[in-house]
Design a protein around this ligand. Structure first.
Ligand SMILES: Cc1ncc(COP(=O)(O)O)c(C=O)c1O
Length: 429
């Protein structure tokens, strides 16, 4: 089956995407019975292979790395394999460009503190009002260290346009920090164009790929960015984060490390001990996605980074196409119920978004909507989505914000329809 042939069809499950057999690989979906997980932007479920990998690590290899005994050597091998897997997943040139840690926020903080030490003549940082606060507040802190903040504003359509970035860039721009996809509105950002503009003025581009991670191919070389962060728990793995950076940039970055740690990536970015079992889980999540790629392509499993990369690319291309079906179904359902949708909503622009939609129902508080959904066994979220500035931009009170439905490749149009029935009832009073 050619994943490129999967085109969005609204109104029913896609015949060429194996959603039911994928759902069967997620024990939590089975265990939860009829409960619908429509809050995946806050964290996704994990397939059995991920649990097995975490368990196996704790059972067989729960020791510190760097020892001379076999169990410790196995931990080093697991970490090396996980690095190679993550590098393949995002098409990094070298596995040493991947650092493991606690979460995305702590990596953004770490890089921003390092950048603060290198401000000098280039002292301007560009941030956006679409981003998760983790990729805004961290950079705003640099104002205390001599940094000057400039804002790349979202337009009325809920998107960042690179035409608006162009005039902000100049010989003083040190770095642009932006998301690859909005965790609130679902809009995808043209990061490649942003990188080209940033580079043309001698600046760097830092990308927050946390929200985009489970929805499409990430290719750091095609994006041409300089740094990128992701969180495992959004991509079907346990809680952990990883940072990618261009090797020469990571090598120059001043970071905290003990004297005996060489000033080289990835060790210079990994102070302390990270959670090895969760890193084992991250590698298994990539195995799961690669397996999906092979299921779709019919290719055989071949060892090596090239096949992991190809298989994941196949999987994520198909996921993206299937999720467009979900986006269309969700947008139609919400429009039929008179919802005010924030961000990209025209059907012909569905390729510019992931299936994460923020909306409000006229005259009904967001909390009331999420509570009614919860009572019907559907998990969605209300509030500011960690984007308080975005809520203000949308003219919404930060305390109540909006309702968010965030779908994943294991969701179905039937689940969207169930939510539709709840919203209809709410509107009927
Ligand atoms: C777009 C985006 N960026 C950053 C974060 C923060 O990630 P973490 O929880 O790994 O620090 C999130 C979390 O929801 C997110 O959605």
């Amino acid at each position: 089956m050619n994943p490129g042939s999967i085109t969005p069809l609204a109104g029913r499950d896609h015949p060429s995407f194996p959603v039911e057999s994928l759902r069967a690989q997620f024990p939590a979906l089975r265990l939860a019975g009829s409960f619908a997980f429509l809050d995946n932007a806050a964290g996704a479920q994990v397939p059995q292979v991920v649990m097995d990998s975490v368990n196996r690590h704790l059972l067989e290899h729960n020791v510190q790395r760097g020892g001379r005994y076999a169990i410790s050597v196995a931990v080093d091998a697991m970490i090396a394999r996980a690095r190679a897997h993550v590098a393949a997943f995002i098409n990094a040139g070298r596995s040493e460009e991947i650092a493991f840690g606690m979460n995305a926020t702590s990596f953004i903080r770490q890089v921003s503190l390092a950048v603060a030490e290198t401000l000098a003549v280039r002292d301007e940082i560009i941030v956006t009002d679409l981003d998760h606060e983790a990729n805004v507040a961290t950079w705003l802190q640099l104002e205390r260290m001599g940094g000057k903040i400039r804002w790349w504003p979202m337009r009325e359509d809920g998107c960042l346009h690179t035409d608006d970035l162009r005039p902000l860039l100049n010989a003083r721009t040190r770095l642009v920090a932006c998301t690859l996809a909005s965790n609130a509105l679902g809009s995808i950002v043209d990061v490649r164009s942003a990188a080209q503009l940033a580079h043309a003025s001698g600046a760097e581009l830092f990308v927050d790929a946390v929200h985009y991670g489970p929805h499409g191919v990430i290719d750091v070389r095609a994006l041409d960015c300089d740094y990128l962060v992701c969180s495992g728990y959004k991509i079907f793995a346990p809680h952990m984060g990883f940072l990618w950076g261009r090797h020469e940039l990571l090598a120059r970055l001043p970071t905290f490390r003990e004297d005996f740690i060489p000033d080289e990536p990835p060790g210079k970015l990994e102070a302390g001990t990270f959670i090895y079992e969760n890193v084992a889980g991250m590698a298994a999540a990539i195995d799961y996605l690669a397996g999906l790629g092979r299921m779709l392509s019919g290719r055989r499993a071949v060892p090596g980074a090239d096949s992991v990369r190809e298989d994941c690319r196949t999987a994520m291309t198909a996921v993206k196409a299937y999720e467009q079906t979900l986006s269309l179904a969700l947008l139609r359902m919400l429009k039929e119920r008179g919802a005010e949708i924030y961000g990209v909503q025209e059907e012909h622009r569905v390729g510019e978004r992931v299936p994460t939609v923020c909306f409000n129902l006229p005259g009904i508080a967001p909390a009331e909507v999420a509570t009614a959904a919860a009572a019907a066994g559907i998990g969605i979220r209300d509030g500011h989505m960690y984007c308080p500035r975005l809520m203000r931009r949308l003219g919404l009170p930060v305390e109540s914000g909006a309702v968010r439905v965030s779908l994943s490749h294991y969701n179905t149009v039937a689940e969207v329809d169930r939510l539709g029935a709840v919203l209809s009832q709410l509107r009927a009073g």
